[in-house]
Design a protein around this ligand. Structure first.
Ligand SMILES: Nc1ncnc2c1ncn2[C@@H]1O[C@H](COP(=O)(O)OP(=O)(O)OP(=O)(O)O)[C@@H](O)[C@H]1O
Length: 249
């Protein structure tokens, strides 16, 4: 079964029909990249996968998003959903507290009181985000003292600590330099072993490097989706061909 399945999804911001009848399967333990020109609806679609658009006034949604077969737009526990489907944003957004407390935050909020359980999870999550070796001597220093790339890996660790099944990433490297970007891309290879990942990226090269599947969007439509190599080498639609060849977009 696909981890997530979007079926005939439409989303309107007021009158603006931002997602037009989207159907997209998202396989488990793979990286699915969402690409397309600015304003085509990539971030909007990403946010529908854990109902982050619920927080935007004036949004209307119809259609289904199935998470392991269950429609998340039915009467479900949204808090629980967001724990199972975590999110990493474009700009690293650590909380103004220590590195340790950033990662422990969610567990504590869930009511975990066993300090050893928390410490173990903090270490495991920081290791999982390839940050442990760089911060293990200064876990109690402010997170905002880390470099941008380290802050983004900290945000990934914070997401991992909630033991999600899916991680949504909205252009997670666009605020980072090439070396920090490379580190996050390397990390993706490890993350895909455990998690299902959906990533919005402006970089076609990044999509090629890190994703298994790619979906190409154009003005609110999903034009085509396929294995990444197929989509880039043998695009079917002329709009996809134009975009991946760099003709426009
Ligand atoms: N909160 C919002 N309220 C109203 N309209 C919005 C909102 N967010 C996005 N939109 C509109 O929905 C459409 C899709 O935007 P979205 O941000 O999903 O595109 P995108 O492909 O992620 O773009 P970018 O690559 O520039 O981030 C655009 O027309 C945008 O103006």
């Amino acid at each position: 079964m696909n981890k997530l399945e979007v079926n005939n999804l439409n989303l309107f911001y007021g009158e603006n029909h931002a997602l037009k009848n989207i159907s997209l399967p998202i396989p488990a333990k793979q990286v699915t990249a969402l690409i397309g020109p600015s304003g085509c609806g990539k971030s909007t679609l990403l946010r529908t996968l854990n109902r982050m658009n619920d927080l935007v006034a004036g949004v209307t949604i119809n259609g289904d998003v199935l998470f392991e077969g269950e429609n998340i737009y039915s009467d479900i526990d949204v808090k629980q959903l967001r724990m199972r489907v975590g999110m990493v944003f474009q700009k690293p957004n650590p909380f103004p507290m220590s590195i340790y407390d950033n990662v422990a935050f969610g567990l504590k909020a869930q009511g975990e009181k066993d300090q050893q359980v928390i410490a173990d999870m903090v270490e495991e999550s920081l290791r999982g985000a390839a940050l442990w070796d760089e911060v293990k001597e200064r876990l109690h220093s402010p997170a905002l003292g880390l470099s941008g790339g380290q802050q983004q890996r900290l945000c990934i660790a914070r997401a991992i600590a909630m033991q999600p099944e899916v991680i949504l990433m909205d252009e997670p490297t666009s605020a980072l330099d090439p070396i920090a970007t490379h580190k996050i891309e390397e990390l993706m290879d490890e993350l895909r072993k455990k998690f299902t990942i959906v990533i919005v990226t402006h970089s076609m090269n990044q999509a090629k490097r890190i994703s298994d599947k790619t979906a190409f969007f154009w003005m609110g439509e999903l034009v085509e989706h396929a294995d990444t190599a197929t989509l880039f080498q043998h695009p079917v639609d002329s709009r996809t061909r134009g975009y991946v060849s760099g003709e426009f977009g």
